[in-house]
Design a protein around this ligand. Structure first.
Ligand SMILES: *Cc1c(COP(=O)(O)O)cnc(C)c1O
Length: 293
């Protein structure tokens, strides 16, 4: 059901061959780093919990992945998000609609009380309930990401690759943190959901920032989940190179990589972090801008 190890393929990017770890192919709903971060939960006996509680954005990839695991296990799934727009509630496609169909219960919180109320979720849970922080940013994520690291190390050894550099985009930085902590290679990431400083702070809450983890930046500043022409162009460029990436995280990572690629000697492995199933609703927003068909 979840074919492992995930495949490694290549893509030609601006004159350079780059290896891509196809974690996106693991499962349509439970793909990329969400599969890795929820690995422990996926291997938890169904009798251990009755309910999973989490919170975050209304089209979150983590939300859909948790909804899928809960449906598999027969657990209830309670998801807290800020007051929804009619655009989201009326939509019949996208992560939100799919998660609802999988049985997710949604609790909308007004913007003003959201931060306070989600913090309190952690104090009210009994032992039959597990509360997962936004984006799965917690130690629960460690085991699955360590597995990913071991797959990469095994591949590097089998393919006799010298001087390997690993690239992965960051939201909460959880995947990049556990990956860099485990891998003996230089790792590059970029902050997609907030500033570089905020990302380092988030990573710092999991442990000391590994010295082999480099947070690289783009020339321009981009706001999370907003459409940008450069992102669409890069997405199309990669797609015509043979691999579809997500429209939210990957474009900024590839832009940052493109800017400093010349300085990287050796082999580059980009870890595809999934999220392609969310492209439909992002593309709608690009269409609405008139930037794409
Ligand atoms: C969730 C997600 C990320 C961010 O992962 P973190 O572990 O929170 O840094 C990156 N890419 C995609 C496609 C995602 O869905």
């Amino acid at each position: 059901m979840f074919p492992l190890p995930s495949a490694v393929e290549t893509i030609m990017f601006r004159g350079r061959t780059i290896y891509v770890k196809r974690d996106d192919l693991i499962h349509p709903y439970l793909s990329g780093n969400k599969f890795r971060k929820l690995y422990t939960l996926l291997h938890t006996p169904a009798s251990r919990y009755k309910k999973v509680v989490s919170y975050g954005g209304s089209q979150s990839n983590a939300m859909l992945s948790i909804a899928y695991v809960c449906q598999m296990k027969g657990w209830a799934f309670e998801y807290y998000t800020k007051t929804l727009t009619s655009h989201v509630t009326n939509s019949t496609e996208g992560n939100f609609a799919k998660a609802l169909a999988l049985g997710m219960d949604v609790i909308e919180l007004p913007h003003q009380v959201y931060q306070q109320q989600v913090r309190e979720l952690f104090f009210h849970a009994d032992s039959s309930v597990i509360v997962i922080p936004q984006g799965g940013a917690c130690t629960l994520a460690r085991e699955g990401v360590v597995h990913l690291a071991h797959e990469i190390m095994q591949w590097q050894e089998d393919a006799s690759i010298n001087n390997l550099h690993v690239v992965i985009p960051s939201g909460t930085g959880t995947t990049a943190f556990y990956l860099a902590e485990t891998l003996p290679y230089t790792c590059y990431t970029t902050a997609v959901a907030g500033s570089r400083e905020y990302l380092l702070e988030q990573i710092g809450s999991l442990g000391a920032v590994p010295s082999n983890l480099h947070v690289i930046s783009t020339e321009n500043t981009y706001h999370f989940a907003k459409p940008y022409r450069e992102f669409l162009a890069l997405y199309e460029e990669l797609k015509s190179g043979g691999i579809e990436f997500d429209l939210l995280y990957a474009p900024k990572m590839w832009l940052a990589l493109s800017d400093m690629m010349e300085q990287i000697e050796g082999t580059i492995l980009y870890v595809h972090s999934g999220g392609v199933q969310g492209n439909g609703t992002m593309r709608q927003r690009y269409r609405y801008k008139g930037w794409t068909e």
